[in-house]
Design a protein. Structure first.
Length: 137
């Protein structure tokens, strides 16, 4: 049932606020890379990353702040880098895309978010994940 009090995610910074602002998004990114280190199906994607995942988590967190309608923290620090360009050197097939999504799903499950926002977020984040696939197998 739709709830009148549920904010229309995606409008302004409603998604950013629903995610717990910068602190909440940072926690998500931390849990995402934690999941990548533990999920068996994500080992290939983990190997694409540098050994120290701290900067990767920082970049993902700051990028997601703007993606969710919050401040453009990634751009302020590293400039505007379109995702397809920052991923074009990586071999991303359906299984890498799905493993990345599995890590994101595991991370989202750990957050203290509204269920409606969890569902919304996972549906939204699948869009760039789908676009970043750059090979068929
Ligand atoms: C589809 C599967 C994906 C794979 C396999 C993947 C993999 C990677 C890898 C290996 C890096 C390099 C990390 C580093 O050098 O520190 C990276 C960077 C990054 N990824 Fe992804 N990624 C995927 C999807 C996404 C999605 C959907 C988003 C955001 C919505 C995203 C956002 C980023 C950002 C912001 C960076 C940092 C770019 C930079 O500053 O160099 N990625 N990704």
């Amino acid at each position: 049932m739709s709830d009148q009090n549920t904010p229309p995610y995606g409008k302004g910074d409603t998604s950013y606020i629903a995610a717990g602002s910068e602190e909440g998004v940072r926690q998500l990114a931390k849990d995402f890379y934690q999941a990548m280190q533990t999920l068996q199906q994500a080992q290939k994607v983990l190997e694409m990353h540098p050994e120290d995942l701290e900067l990767s988590a920082e970049k993902l967190a700051l990028f997601l702040c703007a993606y969710l309608g919050g401040p453009k923290l990634y751009e302020e620090r590293w400039g505007n880098l379109p995702l397809p360009i920052s991923h074009k050197h990586l071999a991303i097939g359906p299984s890498e895309r799905d493993a990345w999504m599995d890590c994101m799903r595991a991370a989202v499950e750990k957050q203290d978010w509204e269920t409606s926002f969890k569902d919304y977020f996972l549906a939204q984040i699948y869009k760039p994940a789908r676009i970043l696939r750059n090979r068929d197998t």
